[in-house]
Design a protein around this ligand. Structure first.
Ligand SMILES: Cc1cc2nc3c(=O)[nH]c(=O)nc-3n(C[C@H](O)[C@H](O)[C@H](O)COP(=O)(O)OP(=O)(O)OC[C@H]3O[C@@H](n4cnc5c(N)ncnc54)[C@H](O)[C@@H]3O)c2cc1C
Length: 153
């Protein structure tokens, strides 16, 4: 395939980041050939092609939380086109992770991202049994439940 001799934007890499960037910039650069994506193998030949497809707002960096919340709003804008399948996301943790997960929950609340935080072994067991009646895991002292965030592609 021959490449154009010039373009307004050249993006190297046809993974999720390169293609998302091209998609966003296509709002500005509308003519065919304005944006060129160079991919050495194939679309999503790298990590994007083997990712599990899970979208969660469960990162320790606060900036990621706002980015993911924004991204979810984009996916929710056209679930069919983006194959967005909202089923929820659970972080089920032992005591050693309790404080860190509590921090994530506080940050989710601060940006209005819907989630529920259950604390204490007994309440966690009851909560999980409410979803899975054969739930048995011991030593779980926190459950962070993002109510509807998961993409499966
Ligand atoms: C097993 C696994 C599971 C994962 N699961 C999840 C998940 O559930 N949820 C989640 O959010 N994230 C997940 N991730 C992380 C996520 O997949 C990556 O963060 C994301 O795909 C990175 O996208 P990218 O576009 O930056 O890179 P890539 O997808 O790797 O794209 C880079 C592209 O650049 C091309 N390229 C490289 N060098 C050149 C060159 N010189 N010239 C031209 N092209 C070049 C490559 O061929 C490739 O196609 C997972 C990752 C892995 C490995």
């Amino acid at each position: 395939m021959s490449l154009p001799t010039k373009a307004k934007v050249v993006i190297v890499g046809g993974g999720i980041h390169g293609l998302s960037t091209a998609w966003k910039l296509s709002e500005t650069y509308k003519n065919p050939g304005d944006i060129v994506v160079l991919e050495k193998k194939d679309t999503a030949a790298g990590a994007s092609g083997i990712a599990c497809g899970v979208v969660r707002n469960n990162y320790f960096q606060p900036a990621m939380r706002e980015l993911m919340a924004h991204s979810v709003s984009v996916w929710e804008s056209d679930p069919k086109a983006f194959k967005y399948n909202a089923v929820g996301y659970l972080q089920i943790s032992p005591e050693v992770m309790h404080a860190d997960v509590a921090t994530i929950y506080e940050q989710q609340k601060a940006i209005g991202y819907e989630s529920e935080f259950i604390e204490g072994e007994k309440d966690c067991m009851n909560y999980m049994k409410g979803m899975f009646d054969d739930w048995q895991a011991k030593g779980i002292t926190s459950v962070l439940h993002e109510k509807k965030r998961w993409i499966c592609i």
